[in-house]
Ligand binder design. Structure first.
Ligand code: SAM
Ligand code: SF4
Length: 355
C-alpha cells in the first residue's frame, strides 16, 4: 500500500514538474477548423481484429485485416498521445476492432494517465474480456467504459454477433458498474424488427444503475450493407417511441454528441439517442479519429486520410506532425453529408475507421 502511494506521489511530482517546464498554452493553440469548432477529443483505434462478428460491422470471414507491421506500435501511440495533449487533447478513447485484444492496452492507458493535459481516458469494447481485465485497466487509470450490447436475449445475441457470450458481457457490465470509474455507458445499435421491442428492457437498466444507455442509429459502414435491409431505425422515431412508452421522461444534460438525453423520473441513470446517421450533431463535433494503421480522419464519414504513421516513420518532428493534425482538422467539412459526398467509401467495416 505504502509503495503504491509512493509511486502515485512520484507521478504527481513529475506532472507538476513538467507543468512548470511546459510552455503556456494559449486558447488559439487548440486544434480548430474553419467553422469555429475546436477539438479536444482523440479516438484511437488500436486494431481491426475482433472476437465477435456483428452483422452490421464485420462479415463472418473477417475483412482484409492489415498486418501487424502496418499498425501503430506502442511507442508510436505514446508519441501521438504526448504531442496531441500539447495541442489541447484532454479526452482519449481507445477503440478498434476489439481493443481488449491488444496486450499493451494497460500500458497505453497508464501512459495517457501520466500525460499532462489528459483528463479522461475511455474505452469502447464489446465487453467479452472485461471481467478478466477490468481491475488492471482501472488501476492503470481508465476513467470510463462504453460497452456495446444490442440485445439482452441470448439467442438474439448469437444472431447479431454470430458468437456466444451474452453472459460474459453482462458479467463485464456488472463489474464495470461496481468499479470506481466515473462513466459507464451501454451502446445499443437500435434496429427495427430486431431490438426495438427491447427498448424498455434497456431503459430498465437505468433504474438502479448510474449508467447511460445510448441508442445509436445504424450506419452504412458494413460491406454487406445490412442497413439497406429496412433495419434502419431513425433517432426521431426512437425518441418518439420512448416518449410514447414512458410517461415520466425528462430532458437532462449529456455529452456533446448525445443530442437527445433523458432520464426516467426516479431512475439513477440516463438515456441518450445518438443520430449517428442523421448527423444532426455535426455542429457540436469535438472528435479527431486515428485508425489502427495511423491514418487521421477529420470526420467519421471522411473519404480523405492523412498518413501520420508514415510521417512518423519517415522522421518527421513532433512540430511537423502537430501541423498535420491542425491542417487536417482545419479542412473538416461543415457536416458529415458534405464529407461523405466527396467520394465513394471503399471501407468494409467500422473497424477500419475506429467506431
Ligand atoms: N469492438 C468494440 C465494440 O464493439 O464496442 C469497439 C469497436 S466497434 C467498431 C465501436 C462501435 O461501433 C460499437 O458500439 C458498434 O456497435 C458500432 N458500430 C459498428 N458498426 C456499426 C454500424 N454499421 N452502425 C452503427 N454502429 C456501428
Ligand atoms: Fe467487433 Fe465491435 Fe465490430 Fe462487433 S462492433 S464486430 S464487437 S468491432
Amino acid at each position: 500500500m505504502a509503495g503504491a502511494i509512493g509511486k502515485r506521489m512520484e507521478v504527481v511530482k513529475q506532472k507538476i514538474q513538467s507543468f512548470s517546464d511546459a510552455p503556456v498554452r494559449s486558447a488559439h493553440a487548440l486544434i480548430q477548423d474553419q467553422f469555429g469548432r475546436s477539438f479536444n477529443y482523440l479516438r484511437i483505434a488500436l486494431n481491426e481484429q475482433c472476437n465477435l462478428r456483428c452483422i452490421y460491422c464485420m462479415p463472418e470471414e473477417g475483412i482484409a485485416f492489415r498486418t501487424e507491421d502496418k499498425l501503430l506500435t506502442t511507442d508510436e501511440i505514446f508519441r501521438i498521445i504526448e504531442l496531441t495533449a500539447r495541442l489541447g487533447i484532454s479526452k482519449i478513447r481507445f477503440t478498434g476492432g476489439e481493443p481488449l485484444l491488444r496486450k499493451d492496452l494497460p500500458k497505453l492507458i497508464r501512459f495517457a494517465n501520466n500525460t499532462i493535459g489528459v483528463e479522461s481516458i475511455h474505452l469502447t469494447t464489446n465487453g467479452l474480456l472485461l471481467v478478466k481485465h477490468i481491475e488492471q485497466l482501472e488501476d492503470a487509470g481508465l476513467t470510463g467504459i462504453n460497452i456495446s450490447l444490442d440485445t439482452l436475449k441470448p439467442e438474439k445475441f448469437k444472431v447479431i454477433t454470430r458468437r456466444d457470450g451474452l453472459n460474459l458481457v453482462l458479467d463485464g457490465l456488472e463489474k464495470a458498474i461496481q468499479s470506481g470509474m466515473t462513466s459507464i455507458k451501454i451502446n445499443v445499435v437500435a434496429m427495427r424488427d430486431f431490438n426495438n421491442d427491447e427498448l424498455l428492457d434497456f431503459v430498465d437498466l437505468t433504474r438502479e444503475n448510474d449508467i447511460t444507455v445510448r441508442f445509436i442509429e445504424l450506419m452504412p459502414f458494413d460491406a454487406h450493407q445490412i442497413w439497406k435491409t429496412g433495419k434502419f431505425y431513425g433517432a426521431d422515431h426512437i425518441v418518439s417511441d420512448l416518449k410514447r412508452q414512458i410517461k415520466d421522461l425528462e430532458s437532462v444534460d449529456g455529452s456533446r454528441t448525445e443530442h437527445h438525453i433523458f432520464r426516467v423520473k426516479g431512475h439513477k441513470g440516463k438515456l441518450a439517442v445518438i443520430p449517428a446517421y442523421s448527423r444532426s450533431l455535426c455542429g457540436e463535433c469535438n472528435r479527431i479519429r486515428l485508425t489502427a494503421d495511423g491514418k487521421l480522419l477529420n470526420c467519421l464519414y471522411s473519404q480523405e486520410e492523412t498518413n501520420i504513421r508514415d510521417a512518423m516513420r519517415s522522421g518527421c518532428s513532433d512540430d511537423e506532425i502537430g501541423k498535420m493534425f491542425r491542417k487536417t482538422m482545419w479542412k473538416k467539412f461543415q457536416d458529415g453529408w458534405d464529407a461523405q459526398n466527396q467520394g465513394n467509401d471503399q471501407r468494409e467495416s467500422m473497424t477500419q475507421i475506429g467506431g
